[in-house]
Design a protein around this ligand. Structure first.
Ligand SMILES: Nc1ncnc2c1ncn2[C@@H]1O[C@H](COP(=O)(O)OP(=O)(O)OP(=O)(O)O)[C@@H](O)[C@H]1O
Ligand SMILES: [Mg+2]
Length: 177
C-alpha cells in the first residue's frame, strides 16, 4: 500500500523519508528464567511521517516498551529499529544520545519531571544539558499552545496532573524534534 505523505514544514530536524520510524522483527524480553517476560515478540511496524499514529492494546501488552525501543530509550533483545534511514540498534552510546537529543521528543507515561526545577527549567533542561539556546519564539509558541504561560515558575508539585503532563509535552517539543 502506498500513502500520500505530507512532509512537515516546521523546520524540524527529521529527514524526508515517508516512514519516520521502523521496527523489524523486534523482540524485547525482560528478565530471565522464571520471571522472563517477552514484551515484544517479532514486531514489524512502520510509523508514517507527518501523521498521528495510535498504538492501542490492553494494559501490559507492550505499548510503552515498543515506544521506548522505537525512540532508542531502551535496547532491543533482537531485531532492528530504524529512524529515517539510520539503524539505531547497535549504535554506540554517544551517537544514540546525540540522535535522541536532536531528533526525538518523548512524553513518558509517568511524566519524569525533575521536582526541584520550575516548569520552564524542566522544559528547557534537555537543551541546557546539550548547551543549546532555545529558539525564543518557538519556545513561547509551545508554552502558549500547551497553556502554561502563567505557570512557568511553578515546581511540578505545585502543578496539577494535567499541567505536569503539559510541561512534559512542552519539553518534548521544545527542541523542534
Ligand atoms: N522493566 C521491566 N521488567 C520486567 N518486566 C517489565 C518491565 N517493563 C515492562 N515489563 C513487562 O512487559 C510487559 C509490557 O509492558 P509495557 O509497559 O510495555 O505495557 P503497556 O502496554 O505500556 O501497558 P500500560 O497500558 O499499562 O501502560 C508487561 O507485561 C510488563 O509487566
Ligand atoms: Mg504503557
Amino acid at each position: 500500500m502506498t500513502t500520500a505523505v505530507t512532509i512537515p514544514t516546521h523546520g524540524g530536524t527529521g529527514g524526508a523519508t515517508a516512514v519516520a520510524a521502523r521496527a523489524r522483527q523486534v523482540v524485547k524480553a525482560y528478565g530471565s528464567g522464571e520471571t522472563r517476560v517477552v514484551a515484544l515478540d517479532s514486531v514489524d511496524v512502520d510509523i508514517a511521517r507527518g501523521r498521528f499514529t495510535a498504538i492501542m492494546g490492553p494494559s501490559g501488552s507492550g505499548k510503552s516498551t515498543l515506544m521506548h525501543c522505537l525512540a532508542g530509550l531502551d535496547t532491543v533483545t533482537g531485531g532492528q529499529i530504524f529512524l529515517d534511514e539510520t539503524e539505531i540498534t547497535g549504535l554506540k552510546d554517544k551517537k544514540l544520545t546525540q540522535l535522541r537529543r536532536d531528533r526525538i521528543g518523548f512524553i513518558f507515561q509517568a511524566f519524569n519531571l525533575l521536582p526541584t526545577l520550575s516548569a520552564i527549567e524542566n522544559i528547557t533542561l534537555p537543551m541546557d544539558i546539550a548547551g543549546r539556546r532555545p529558539d525564543a519564539d518557538w519556545l513561547r509558541r509551545v508554552v502558549d499552545t500547551v497553556g502554561l504561560s502563567e505557570r512557568l515558575g511553578h515546581r511540578p508539585n505545585e502543578l496539577s496532573g494535567g499541567q505536569q503532563q503539559r510541561v512534559a509535552v512542552a519539553r518534548a517539543l521544545a527542541a523542534r524534534p
